[in-house]
Design a protein around this ligand. Structure first.
Ligand SMILES: [Cu+2]
Length: 283
């Protein structure tokens, strides 16, 4: 019986892992970072944190699958072996010490097996001591403000409304200004808010952190693949919560330096000319 159950459990675990691998293959790589219709699984990871989140997710999926199948088997055994017809005289047993120790001990062991990698991941994503630059994000009702303290650049990013969406752009995911960061660079991310709670989220980066008024939250990222990545505010923050998307362009280090130079030059221009120049540069 035990061998039979183990065989079935491992079969379904293998099935689940294969399904994950297949889903991962099906996601097109060039612009990996926004949700697709009928998408299965998480977005393709492009940072060390997101990769570890995926590994942890897959590990949990195996555990969940095995537990679900085990419970299903117990239910089926009860239904077929202990129904009134096949088992007319029910057992009067009310206690079984060994069984009770097992069904207390085994879940504890499973929880510990989950907790160890979970805490390891939590501390890994917590902060970095090797940041090469800093990006500060401030949540506002209902847009994001960005500051690059090292480069002395700052701007607001507002959502594009439906009538402003152009060819190839994604409704509710586009902003007038894009965050630009260099590839393969460890970036310290600082989060705060001006009014209420918001959450800055880029699924492909594995970053999702609350921006809290009066407090600075910290995490970090290091994107390994150039591209355009999309996210949205993920903490209910009021009536326009659905209209504060995030767009991050991850570019080569050279392109980032050129962008910084252009931004700094624009900052030195009179306000009106700078606004026109930056608006056209973002597209
Ligand atoms: Cu929000």
């Amino acid at each position: 019986m035990n061998r039979w159950m183990t065989a079935i459990s491992s079969f379904f675990s293998t099935l689940a892992i294969t399904a994950i691998a297949k889903a991962q293959e099906g996601v097109p790589m060039p612009t990996p970072s926004f949700p697709k219709p009928m998408q299965l699984n998480l977005q393709v990871p492009v940072t060390p944190v997101a990769e570890r989140i995926h590994d942890f997710h897959n590990f949990l999926l195996v555990i969940i699958t095995v537990i679900t199948i085990f419970v299903l088997l117990l239910i089926l055994i009860c239904v077929f072996r202990f129904n009134e017809k096949t088992n007319p005289i029910p057992s009067k047993t009310s206690h079984n010490t060994l069984l009770e120790v097992i069904w207390t001990g085994v879940p504890i062991l499973i929880l510990v097996a989950i907790a160890v990698p979970s805490f390891r991941l939590l501390y890994f994503m917590d902060r970095t001591t090797e940041a090469e630059m800093t990006l500060k994000v401030t949540g506002n009702q209902w847009f994001w403000s960005y500051e690059y303290p090292d480069q002395e650049i700052s701007f607001d990013a507002l959502a594009l409304t439906d009538d402003m969406i152009g060819e190839g752009q994604h409704r509710l995911l586009e902003t007038d200004r894009h965050v630009v960061i260099p590839v393969d660079t460890t970036i310290r991310l600082l989060f705060t808010a001006n009014d209420v709670l918001h959450a800055w989220t880029i699924p492909a980066f594995g970053v999702k952190l609350d921006t809290v008024p009066g407090r600075t939250n910290e995490t970090w990222t290091r994107v390994t693949k150039e591209g355009r990545y999309y996210g949205q505010c993920s903490e209910l923050c009021g009536v326009d919560h659905s209209f504060m998307p995030i767009v991050v362009d991850v570019v080569s280090k050279e392109a980032f330096d050129a962008w910084v130079k252009k931004e700094q030059e624009a900052a030195a221009l009179p306000l009106e000319r700078a606004a026109i120049q930056l608006a056209s540069a973002s597209r």
